[in-house]
Ligand binder design. Sequence first.
Ligand SMILES: *Cc1c(COP(=O)(O)O)cnc(C)c1O
Length: 471
Amino acid sequence: MVYTDTRDKSAQVSFKQAVVDGMSAKTGGLYVPVEFPRLDGAFISRSPEPSFREVAYEMAKPYVEGEISDSDLQSIIQDAYPFTAQVVPIDKITYVLELFHGPTCAFKDFGARFMARVMAYFNRGENDNLHILVATSGDTGSAVGSAFHNVPGIDVTILYPDGKISPLQEKQLSTFDGNVRALKVNGTFDDCQRLVKTAFTDADLRKRFRLSSANSINISRLLPQSFYYMYSSLVVRNRIPHDSKIENPAIIVTVPSGNFGNLTSGLIAREMGAPIAGFVAATNANHTVPDWISTGRYEARASVETLSNAMDVGAPSNYERIAYMYSLDQVRSLFASYWTDDEGTKKGIEKCHEKTGYIIDPHGAVAWSAWDEIRNGGMDRLMAGNAETDTSKPGLSANIPGWAETIAEKRAVGIILETAHPAKFGATVTDVIGREPSMPDRLERVLSLPDRAIPMEKDYESFKEWLTGNL
Ligand SMILES: *Cc1c(COP(=O)(O)O)cnc(C)c1O
């Protein structure tokens, strides 16, 4: 597969280069495959549907062709995914896609574990270790640390702001041993990010060490997220005749979004033939993308803090890929978009629990609220011309997607992405439903591990001195 650059269509790079570089140093653009090959029709229509790992293999194959052999790709996928995504029906026409069954209990495990193994693969035969530096305000650091833990030839240094992440998140970051180290920086997340960026541009340091990032814009984190969209849409399609008996159903997938990487992966799965009619882009008070879809103007902003903090992104990095792949009209036809505030998020947790018994985390609750609004008259109001045009108010954006009438005609079913385990946000959930979500073993275990974080000052000289002495 050839990859090109969102800011320079004449650019052509290999998968390896796209992975190793992360983004184009020349233009600052992001890498995208030049095509999204459709999977074989017989594979897609199989019943029972293929397993998650079979889907992963078939989908990954064209993107690594000629650079990773079939048998090596098989091993990468086996090793990356000892867990799968799980489809859980919560009412007649709603399925939750649980993406928290990986080691850190959030969907980022799917992307990070594939990326780690691909990077290790491309690093074989090098004499020196590859050093990954990552600044984190929470979830990314633990997914990346866990994904690279014990991966040979690579080590990871995680920087996080001391005292500014939740105690559980801190445990998840700071208790690794071996090749993954955590530095608790006496400063803010921005200080952490500045230290990492300065290191990457430090010519002296780069001469001595091979440095890399594990950024969420890396194409090797994005492609594997498309696997579970394909897989879940096949599972749901095969279940519908037994569950709701809707004929010729439209599958609508609602995605709680921050950087819009997850939604971009859904678009890729659809291009490759997943039976998905459309999407709902659901955000919290960081509603840059819903505003873009409503007004046609994209305006990045500073992020604001919310209860669904992994979605607190004011300048979503994957906007650039979406705008490269589709015109604004196509976007308006492919997805509805919606935002809600913290009150709405809490109400989502409460109503979902009340109506279905399902305990959903604050990120999933944003998606559930969007879907609940759409199927309970929100889409009908839009189609009747009664859209809310003030984008500063929560709710649906004013566009009418191409699949709107499937809602009116009651032949749509919804898949809601549950991106984190509710126990990761136990305080919020307990506060709303009056009951503590159960704690998975792998989270519980981490709580009793010894803390290994190394204190670090926020000036670059201290950081560099540590790196030089410890890499
Ligand atoms: C990162 C994250 C998101 C947002 O995903 P994007 O790909 O950035 O849109 C949503 N929920 C959780 C729990 C996350 O960790």
